[in-house]
Design a protein around this ligand. Sequence first.
Ligand SMILES: Cc1cc2nc3c(=O)[nH]c(=O)nc-3n(C[C@H](O)[C@H](O)[C@H](O)COP(=O)(O)OP(=O)(O)OC[C@H]3O[C@@H](n4cnc5c(N)ncnc54)[C@H](O)[C@@H]3O)c2cc1C
Length: 461
Amino acid sequence: MRIAIIGAGPAAVALIDTLTRPGADVPEITVFDPAPHPWRGRPYAPDLDSVLVNVPPALMSVRPDDPQHYASWLGGRGAAYHDPLLGAPLVPRGLYGEYLEETAEKAVAAGDVRLVPARAVAVTGDLRVRTEDGREHDTDRLVLCVGSGTPADLYGLGGAPGHIGDPYPLSRTLPDVRPDASVAIIGSRLTAVDVAVSLAARGHDGPIHLLSRGGMLPHVWQRPDGWRPEHLTPEAVRALGAEVTLAALRELLRAELDGLGEDLADLEADLRAAATEDPAARLRRQIEEVASPLQARRLLQDACHTVMPEAWPLLPEADRALLRRHARLAVSVASPMVPVNAVRLLSLYDSGQLTSVAGVRSVVSADGGFRIEDAGGTRHADVVVNAVNPPPGSVPAPAAELVAAMLAGRLAARHPDGGIVPADPRVHVVGDLRGGRPFLTGGIPDVAGAAARAARALMRG
Ligand SMILES: Cc1cc2nc3c(=O)[nH]c(=O)nc-3n(C[C@H](O)[C@H](O)[C@H](O)COP(=O)(O)OP(=O)(O)OC[C@H]3O[C@@H](n4cnc5c(N)ncnc54)[C@H](O)[C@@H]3O)c2cc1C
């Protein structure tokens, strides 16, 4: 069987790793990706050492059945990157990219895998993939693993001098920023944190503003302690079936917290405060709570990635709409920042170099820089860095033609909530573009789990 995989990021690495394991009936695999650093996907290309992985090693394995796969690969090298607060190594994302590359190279050596360094632009109904250079490649199965792409240009600043539309790799974009320039970063999520701490690591001494509508930062990781939930589990959701509602999930959470002697009301009060609490004060408190024995927030974060994918398609539409209205809060809980970055960010707030600017209404190119209108008035920035990642389900620009061809050829269909789903049994979609998922960005475990499921389906034929 011939399998075409479009996109050579972590999803593709997990796929070829599973498909070429000893004992598998090895298919003929062709992977398409024009990226200069194939197998690393969008986040894990070589970059500054200050650009770190966002999660501890047990959650960065591309093998769902071997959570230690990445930690074993890292071995003693991890000691140099130990985050004492988290109690685990957090390596530069470029080093994690080496893990992806080596895992892919082993699979290439073990099986019949070929990399075509070209962008796929079309696919026909009989699964003939066309690449940008006009070549055609016949296949029997197709897996779309194109990720979710680059930041959206919310304020139409593309091409304006001083505007950095796509910050990665920061090793390419930040050297152009004068050390004394005033920098406005659009967004206040993990990419914005990467930019702020990397500017500081490069010795930037001009003011840095984090611009957003609400000013909410990602929460801070708490030290993992291996505790496993008993009530709030994917199995419990499957048992509820059509009875799944937010209220039912809340009762599972309450049961879990009751068993631990913790109060759900405390967690809810803390989450409610996220929208109004001063970001630096909240950050300081959460740094103090990294090693807290309280499980509530760990539980909720874990549930976003384990329970929510099961629950999401079963939830009544009104509950899904409610969650979407609180998407910013949900994402900040589901994708927290690592403590080492939290500490760096807090020192920037404390020194007065960093400020959070909420209620941003407009950012326009003016006076040799940018004019920003926000809830507090008008301010100027010399440089604007766009750190707003597109929501899951967005079609990345390099895949736009291909996806359009798949939709037109009825190989795939749009999901009403965004993203696309296969409309032909020979087609699979893995990663954030897949419709029907919650609106949370998938981490490595989500992507690797989905890839392993696709691989099993492909092997079953
Ligand atoms: C900045 C950033 C940091 C992150 N950090 C972490 C982290 O530390 N830990 C974690 O668990 N998760 C992290 N994530 C989540 C991340 O989405 C996943 O870890 C992972 O990268 C998703 O893998 P993927 O293969 O689905 O997509 P991607 O990594 O986006 O890879 C998609 C690939 O498809 C290729 N492609 C696109 N269109 C075409 C086409 N038409 N033809 C051929 N190739 C194409 C692209 O060139 C790219 O190489 C991060 C995400 C971002 C954006």
